[in-house]
Design a binder for this molecule. Structure first.
Ligand code: FE
Length: 347
């Protein structure tokens, strides 16, 4: 009898947790490849009781997976690390517009998708990063590399190290340059970059910075957080790298440095929509914004969040001028840019 009652009690408990468990889950598809984000997810679960199931892949892999899964996709939230990919997901209908006063108040309009027909927003930018130039202080004059245009000039022949042209960070930079210069000049510029390469593109941004420190490259292109990571490292080999390289935020006297955005969206067919919105709202809060700034050395996007990251401060001297073109323009130029890369032989 006692045993039976205990069993019934356990069954009731199971049914109760089973029912709520359905709402206490969030399926996250993330292209953020930063170990410091772990704390973000753990803290969200601690605060809300919502368990996160995470699928990690790169931006393109996530978009392809969403398409393949279609209406059966279990994805709730999508995190991508590139403006053009966010734009692509939006235009391909992979996200659903949401309405959140908290998010609309927190995230400036130029760092989120344009309002959909129903007034909702499909994606929000939660952090930004600049794409800057690093140079060998022993061999290269800062004045020769303080604009993106100069990287393609003959004076920098044999100096340039850069990751694959088809990587989203470069596609977006090149899309921005195409917007600023027009396609004809942009293609000539890309050809100039190829002519100036110290070696064929290989590795990630950190490899390019290390290439400068080793003397193989005179100039490299990198996202700011990779350099900041080295600047904050205690390893002697990283300190030596930082000692050797200078950093330039290009185009301060013209259209500004190219800035990319990492952001998130609710998936079109999100089974846990309410939890998804809750998670995006969490990312706009002070705690998460601080993780982006201090954990991964990015700039927070939410209004009113003041963060002082010593590496970013040292890099910029406090502030810098960033470009102001619409993110959609960068996205719309992607196909054009890929064709130009093929024509000029930029691997
Ligand atoms: Fe990255």
């Amino acid at each position: 009898m006692l045993k039976k009652a205990a069993f019934a009690f356990a069954a009731t408990l199971l049914a109760a947790t089973g029912a709520s468990a359905q709402e206490q889950v969030l399926n996250l598809y993330s292209a953020r490849h930063y170990s410091t984000d772990e704390a973000l997810y753990t803290n969200f679960t601690k605060a809300t009781g919502i368990k996160i199931n995470r699928v990690d892949a790169d931006d393109a892999g996530i978009l392809a997976r969403l398409k393949a899964e279609g209406s059966a996709s279990p994805a709730d939230v999508i995190l991508l690390v590139d403006a053009a990919r966010l734009w692509k997901g939006e235009t391909e209908g992979l996200f659903q517009p949401i309405k959140s006063k908290l998010l609309e108040d927190a995230i400036p309009a130029q760092l989120r998708a344009k309002p959909a027909e129903d007034g909702g927003t499909t994606w929000f930018g939660f952090s930004t990063r600049a794409r800057v130039v690093v140079y060998d202080k022993l061999k290269v004059n800062k004045d020769d590399v303080d604009s993106y245009e100069e990287l393609a000039e003959p004076k920098n022949k044999g100096r340039l190290c850069i990751r694959s042209g088809s990587h989203p960070y470069n596609l977006s930079l090149f899309g921005a340059v195409t917007e600023h210069l027009g396609p004809v000049k942009a293609e000539a510029w890309l050809k100039g970059l190829v002519d100036n390469m110290a070696r064929p593109p290989k590795g990630g941004d950190t490899d390019q910075i290390k290439g400068v420190a080793s003397g193989e490259c005179g100039i490299a292109v990198t996202n700011t957080y990779y350099l900041a990571r080295l600047m904050r490292s205690d390893k002697p080999e990283d300190k030596a790298v930082v000692e050797r390289v200078g950093v330039v935020f290009p185009n301060q006297s013209s259209w500004g440095t190219h800035v990319n955005v990492a952001g998130g969206a609710v998936a079109k067919n999100a089974p846990n929509r309410a939890n998804a919105i809750k998670f995006l709202e969490y990312l706009a809060g002070a705690e998460a914004q601080n993780y982006f700034a201090n954990g991964n050395n990015e700039w927070p996007t939410a209004r009113g969040v003041q963060v002082s990251n010593p590496a970013l401060k040292a890099m910029t001297g406090g502030s810098f001028k960033s470009e102001t073109i619409p993110i959609s323009a960068v996205g719309m130029n992607q196909v054009k840019v890929q064709q130009m890369l093929d024509r000029v032989g930029f691997k």
